[in-house]
Write a protein that binds this ligand. Sequence first.
Ligand code: PLP
Length: 275
Amino acid sequence: MNRRDDTSHVHPPKRSEEPFQAVAMPVERASTVVFDDLESFELRVERLYDGFSYGLYGTPTSRQLEDHIAVLECGSRALVVPSGMAAMTLATMAVCRGGESVLIPETLYGPARDMAERFLGPLGIEAVSYNARLDASIAAMIDGRTRLVWVESPGSATFEVQDVPAITAAAHKAGALVAADNTWASHLLFKPLAHGVDISMQALSKHAGGHGDLLMGSLAVHDHALFRRLKDTARFLGYGVSPEDCALCERGLMTMPVRMRHADGTARKIVAWLS
Ligand SMILES: *Cc1c(COP(=O)(O)O)cnc(C)c1O
């Protein structure tokens, strides 16, 4: 073994510049990335939201999936995180501070209700439960401390369909933001951002993943300042996603409309049989 061997082992031959476009999403793994020069290294923080500076803050693979989710949710930006629960905790923590409160429907996904009460409560963020059937009358439950209102339509387990536009209007009038857990309907059947909701969240672990082998969550928004707040909070919490999982999720998205149509047909047959 000589020194030259050592060097050649850490410098693979230059990548071919011949164009290559795989049909499937390419997987790019990275923690540390190489910068062109000292100046671009020093300006790396500016690339937190759009470019690349460190694998934890985004890879071409995770950004591509995020761009895709943003399009599907009819938003301007999206963020992917390690699970649906991570997305719900992140959204709530990015928006609410100690001394403020968050409204959650009684039908909200159980573990998220638990998180709001047992994790956010001790941090001084009060979780106030509301009846999912409330419409504009939810205004009576919103006060000066209310910073965020969660909706889930249809709601977990009992499938109440909420009056999202009325709830959103009441929340906005009082200066509160609205976040939707859009996991059950998914972007195919409901587009919360088109109804005024500020943050549309999905557990991609469910319909998008589609095969029971993926954990991931997404947050889609219209507002760029809100996106930056979510992205900063994800950075502080150290949330990152594996590029393999992103590619798996992208593969799931490709067949999602076909699977959803089939699930719809099957559900209708069961309803007919039951009735
Ligand atoms: C599964 C689920 C979540 C949480 O997603 P995970 O990826 O399992 O953390 C949130 N909301 C709803 C409605 C879900 O079904």
